[in-house]
Ligand binder design. Structure first.
Ligand code: FES
Length: 99
């Protein structure tokens, strides 16, 4: 429903969260770090730092970057399992298969 309120005045917690500055030393947002991880697939915090600068200062943001790296790895593994499962003929029609 549209109440005529300008979008700029509506608080969007998801949008606000992704644009939250995670690395204050290098002024890098969560959104930028997640994009860097998705595009470059870095294997370490050092890789993230080399790609976007985040984490290259005082290191207090490293635990947040590590969490985002871990979430990315879990997402990739879940995608791989889903892709493997979808192409696996042995699971078709098996009662133990959830698909
Ligand atoms: S806050 Fe990220 S390096 Fe200092």
């Amino acid at each position: 429903m549209d109440f005529g309120v300008p979008q700029s005045l509506i608080h969007d917690p998801v949008h606000a969260e992704s644009h939250r500055v995670v690395c204050h030393c290098l002024n890098v947002t969560e959104h930028e770090i997640r994009e860097t991880i998705a595009e470059n697939d870095p294997q370490s915090i050092r890789g993230v730092s080399q790609a976007c600068g985040a984490g290259a200062g005082c290191m207090s943001c490293h635990r947040h970057i590590r969490r985002m790296l871990n979430e990315h790895v879990v997402q990739r593994r879940m995608q791989m399992v889903g892709e493997t499962h979808a192409t696996e003929p042995a699971c078709a029609g098996q009662p133990s298969c959830g698909s």
